[in-house]
Design a protein around this ligand. Structure first.
Ligand code: NAD
Length: 317
C-alpha cells in the first residue's frame, strides 16, 4: 500500500500578523506615545491611480492606524512629474510628524524607467521603512542594524516563529528582484543557510528547487512551482501575488468543484500565488495565498516604522 501523501502544514501569516500587531507593536506604540507625547508617524505616497496599489495602500494605512500610528496618505495625480514626487519626499524627509516614508510602487511609467530608484535614493535613510534606499541595502548586506525590506524580513519572522530551522539548511530563492529575491537570499545567508538564487535564465529550475529544504518563490507567475519542484517535507514560501482573470488559468490550478473555483466564478478574478496547490501534497509546510506572506509584509512595515521613530527620537539633533 502506498502511504498517504504528506499534507503540508499551512503557515498562517494572517494569524501571526494579528498577534504581532496587537500584542507586540500596539503596546510599544502606546509606551512611545506616553513617553514622547506623539505617535510614530508613517507617510505613504501614492502617485496616480493603480487599483492594486490603492488596495495595498489602504491596508497599510488601516494597519498603521490599528497599531496607533499617525498614518497619512499623500496623493499625487498621475500627471505629477518626477520633480513633484522628489519635492514631496523632501518635504516629508524634513517633517517632524513622520518617522517613516513609503513611496508605493509601481510609479506611473510616464515618470521614466529609473524613477523608482531615484525616489528611493531621495528618502532620508532614517525614514526608509521599505528598506529600498542604497544605505539601507548596504547595511543589510553587511548585516549591520538597518531598516530591512519588509517582505523578506516578514518571511524570516515567520520561519523563526514557526521553528523552521534555517542554519545549515539549503534555501533556494526563485527571483532576484531588489525588493524580494536579493534581500531574501541575503537574510537567509545571514542565518547560516546555504543559499541558491534562481531566476528566469536558470536551466532546469525544477531540479535546482528540488534540492531545497526551504524554497521561496518570488516570481509573479501563477502556479509555476509544481510538485516536481519540491523535495518531500520541504518548507515552501509563496511570495507571488497573481490576479487571474482567465477561467482556463484558474482551472489549471484548481479542479472542478474546488471552492476557489467557485470564488473565481463569483468575483471574476482570483488572487493566487506562484505555488501550485498540488504542492501541499509534497511539502512539509506551506504559506497560503492569500493569508501567508502578504500580512507579514505589512506587519514588518509597522515594525520598521516603530523602530525608525524610536531611533529618530533617541538620536540627538
Ligand atoms: P519582479 O518581476 O521584480 O522579479 C521577478 C523575478 O522572477 C525576476 O528576478 C525573474 O528573473 C524571475 N523570473 C521570472 N520568470 C521566471 C521563471 N520562469 N523562472 C524563474 N524565475 C523567473 O517581481 P518581484 O517584485 O520580486 O515580485 C515577485 C512576486 O512577488 C510578484 O507576484 C509580486 O506581486 C509578489 N510580491 C508579493 C509581496 C507580498 O507581500 N506578498 C511583496 C512583494 C512582491
Amino acid at each position: 500500500m502506498t502511504p498517504d501523501p504528506i499534507k503540508a502544514r499551512l503557515l498562517d501569516g494572517q494569524a501571526l500578523a494579528v498577534l504581532i500587531q496587537q500584542q507586540e507593536i500596539a503596546p510599544q506604540v502606546a509606551a512611545f506615545v506616553s513617553r514622547h507625547g506623539r505617535p510614530p508617524g508613517l507617510a505613504i505616497v501614492l502617485v496616480g491611480e493603480n487599483p492594486a496599489s490603492e488596495v495595498y495602500v489602504r491596508n497599510k494605512l488601516k494597519s498603521g492606524a490599528g497599531v496607533g500610528f499617525r498614518a497619512d496618505l499623500e496623493r499625487l495625480p498621475a500627471t505629477a512629474t518626477l520633480q513633484d514626487v522628489l519635492a514631496l519626499v523632501d518635504r516629508l524627509n524634513r517633517s517632524p510628524l513622520y518617522d517613516g516614508i513609503l513611496v508605493q510602487s509601481p510609479l506611473p511609467k510616464t515618470l521614466g524607467a529609473d524613477a523608482a530608484q531615484r525616489v528611493y535614493d531621495s528618502i532620508a535613510p532614517e525614514k526608509d521603512v521599505d528598506g529600498f534606499a542604497p544605505e539601507s541595502v548596504g547595511r543589510m548586506v553587511q548585516n549591520r542594524p538597518a531598516l530591512v525590506a519588509c517582505t523578506p524580513s516578514g518571511i524570516i519572522e515567520l520561519l523563526v516563529r514557526e521553528r523552521i530551522p534555517i542554519a545549515g539548511r539549503h534555501a533556494v530563492v526563485i527571483g532576484r528582484s531588489d525588493i524580494v529575491g536579493k534581500p531574501m537570499a541575503m537574510l537567509l545567508l545571514h542565518r547560516d543557510a546555504t543559499v541558491t538564487i534562481c531566476h528566469s535564465k536558470t536551466p532546469d529550475l525544477a531540479a535546482v528547487c528540488r534540492q531545497a529544504d526551504i524554497l521561496v518563490a518570488a516570481v509573479g507567475r501563477a502556479g509555476l512551482v509544481t510538485k516536481d519542484f519540491v523535495k518531500p517535507g520541504a518548507t515552501v514560501i509563496d511570495v507571488g501575488m497573481n490576479t487571474l482573470t482567465d477561467l482556463a488559468a484558474v482551472q489549471r490550478m484548481y479542479p472542478d468543484g474546488h471552492p476557489r473555483l467557485a470564488r473565481f466564478r463569483e468575483k471574476g478574478s482570483l488572487l493566487v500565488g506562484d505555488v501550485h496547490p498540488e504542492v501541499a501534497d509534497v511539502a512539509g509546510a506551506l504559506t497560503p495565498v492569500p493569508g501567508g506572506v502578504g500580512p507579514l509584509t505589512i506587519t514588518m512595515l509597522m515594525v520598521n516604522t516603530l523602530r525608525a521613530a524610536q531611533t529618530i527620537l533617541s538620536t540627538p539633533r
